[in-house]
Design a protein around this ligand. Sequence first.
Ligand SMILES: C[S@@+](CC[C@H](N)C(=O)[O-])C[C@H]1O[C@@H](n2cnc3c(N)ncnc32)[C@H](O)[C@@H]1O
Length: 213
Amino acid sequence: MKIQVITLFPEMFEQVLNSSMMWKAQNNNAVTFSVINLRNFGIGPRKQVDDTPYGGGNGMLLKPEPFFEAIKFAKEKSPNALVIAMTPSKTVLTQKIAENFANEQKDLIIICGHYEGFDERIFTLVDQKISIGQFVLTGGELPAMVLIDTVVRLLPNVLGGEDSALIESYSDGDNIEFPQYTRPAEYQGLKVPEVLLSGHHANIDKWRKENYR
Ligand SMILES: C[S@@+](CC[C@H](N)C(=O)[O-])C[C@H]1O[C@@H](n2cnc3c(N)ncnc32)[C@H](O)[C@@H]1O
């Protein structure tokens, strides 16, 4: 799976895409990442990417031309990629949406907004708008990283067996994972439930099923 991100702040992705599971996913050839600087497609000597909104209003909007060019550039490398816009919208990211992306393994081109957001015409190039929640962030970079992380960790050969996504929170409807404990068995008077120390697998499974939240 190839994931390309179009952003004004490529440096924000460095650490996140090269750490932990995202690093492992690349290392295991489950995914390749490419971060494209929207500024490279800016207009004129100042590489302008934003302008004032028609009709008045506060702030600046991202202009269509740089995104049209940047998406064209990304599509040359990945012609069948889905274009996803990170934007406050009615479709809020869920585990189910992430599972669908991971199962389909279609390449993705993710576009990040900034300032007051996108000129509406940019959405004519977009297959899906995704929000990460009912709140407004400064830019689409953190939302893009959230989407990438939640999808990529579900790709084959990324999570180890011990991390199996099948029993995680939201893998089965609204269920939240059962409580988990590690050593010591007692800490400051707080005890691990007896059944988990018993070694009796059937009872442990039963307890866990009963303790989904
Ligand atoms: C300051 S926001 C623009 C908000 C926009 N003027 C509005 O009222 O909906 C700038 C950019 O951040 C990103 N963004 C902000 N909140 C987001 C969210 N909840 N989910 C996804 N992207 C978000 C989008 O890319 C957006 O274009």
